[in-house]
Design a protein around this ligand. Structure first.
Ligand code: GLC
Length: 411
């Protein structure tokens, strides 16, 4: 019988398309931003050189303004919608027009520390590119204070209830006909509904119509929300980028300024009625009123907050396996529908980094055990029902295999 660690490595190898790794065969046939960085972290456990290549290929899609897009379309695939023509960004390589959670600096730091000798020259070449991406986040997406997203897909947590209030203001009635592909790969009951999809396309069409002018999208786009997930991920990433810069002997004062500014904006995403960090519609000021797993990245960002500790224990204890993407005690909780309740091993791995770094060792071990139980029982699925453990979404998933190798499968 093949050992489970070997199975995880084989998934990374099989999803390798030569310099980049697809999230899973079929459903996601291109290079996705944060998936790819997790893949790199996984590769680093057995092939450090390949790990660097993964991140370098991702940054080959970086725009002149510094943005690293959420998808790089290295080769065409008719099985995916919306493809490069729909986005119409006119870049080489072809890309989408939005970004995704900036986990790169944090995981690149881990990859570097696993083998500094191999990594030194690769890091030196990548560093200015990471700085340019962080500058883009600071100047463009963090202009309102916290990190904001202009499309739910930018959050990486596509149809989380966090985005419902913002999506309600998007008119999806004029998008014209299109053919979805996702529901041909996995059960439609797990995927976003048609009305949501129309709105996703409407936001995309706005970006395309203005030539992906980010100033225009920030000022007048149909959707703009503060994202606790990216706020915490970016804050952490700024600090890791500072550490990497210092390692290289660089002047890091500019990045320190970005980190300080973002930290000062964290109170602006505290919803006092919810008693938690929360997403907020920037145009209307409306809170999402949803406790999502992204809020539990406060520890990952180096922030202590006793109320959040209590919320995390409550939502965690209400299910059996890991920390769910959305509050299990809320009426909209849906344990198998995309980001509306399921548990994502990959988000749990980041929460675990925060638990470990804040010396909550027993909690970190519990989260690791619960995640490992699901994977050992059912395989490397995209996500799981946190109540009964049913595996959901795509199978042989790259980032689930990667976090097994780096974290969940660690004895
Ligand atoms: C879905 C997820 C997103 C991920 C992508 C590829 O869109 O919501 O976070 O990057 O799939 O796995």
């Amino acid at each position: 019988m093949t050992h489970i660690n070997e199975t995880a490595r084989q998934i990374l190898r099989k999803n390798d398309r030569g310099g980049y790794t697809v999230p899973t065969d079929g459903l996601y046939p291109y290079q996705w931003n944060w998936d790819s960085v997790f893949a790199a972290w996984g590769f680093a456990t057995f092939d450090n050189d390949r790990a660097w290549t993964e991140v370098e290929t991702l940054f080959s899609g970086q725009w002149d303004d510094g943005m690293v897009p959420h998808i790089i379309f290295h080769q065409s695939d008719p099985g995916y919608f919306p493809g490069p023509d729909v986005w119409g960004t006119n870049k080489t390589p072809q890309t989408s027009g939005i970004s995704q959670p900036p986990v790169a600096a944090t995981l690149v730091r881990k990859i570097y520390e696993m083998d500094p000798e191999t990594g030194r020259t690769r890091l030196a070449a990548l560093y200015p590119r990471m700085v340019a991406w962080h500058r883009w986040w600071h100047e463009v997406r963090c202009a309102p204070g916290p990190a904001c997203i202009t499309h739910p897909w930018e959050s990486g947590r596509d149809n989380c209830p966090d985005w419902d209030v913002g999506m309600a203001n998007v008119d999806g009635s004029n998008v014209g006909p299109y053919q979805r592909r996702d529901t041909g790969h996995v059960d439609a009951s797990m995927r976003p509904g048609k009305e949501d999809y129309d709105r996703y396309i409407a936001i995309l069409q706005f970006g395309k119509a203005c030539g992906w002018n980010h100033a225009e999208i920030m000022a007048n786009g149909p959707f703009l929300m503060a994202d606790p997930g990216i706020t915490f991920i970016l804050l952490r990433a700024h600090r890791d980028l500072i550490a990497l810069g210092q390692e290289l002997g660089e002047d890091v004062s500019e990045i320190t300024g970005w980190a300080d500014a973002l930290e000062a904006a964290v109170p602006s995403i505290w919803n006092p009625d919810l008693g938690a960090y929360d997403a907020r519609d920037i145009r209307t000021g409306t809170w999402a009123n949803n406790l999502s797993s992204a809020a539990y990245l406060f520890l990952y960002a180096g922030i202590e907050n006793p109320q959040m500790d209590a919320q995390m224990q409550r939502t965690w204890d209400a299910v059996t396996y890991g920390i769910p993407s959305s509050d299990p005690e809320a009426t909209h909780f849906d344990p198998r529908r995309y980001w509306r309740g399921p548990m994502w091993p990959v988000v749990n791995s980041l929460i675990a980094v925060g638990l470990k770094d804040s010396s909550r060792d027993a909690d970190e071990a519990r989260l690791r055990r619960e995640t490992a139980t699901l994977i050992k029982k059912s395989g490397f699925y995209e996500y799981f029902d946190p109540v009964d453990g049913t595996p959901c979404g795509g199978s042989n998933f790259t980032w689930t295999a990667a976090i097994w190798l780096t974290w969940a499968g660690r004895d």
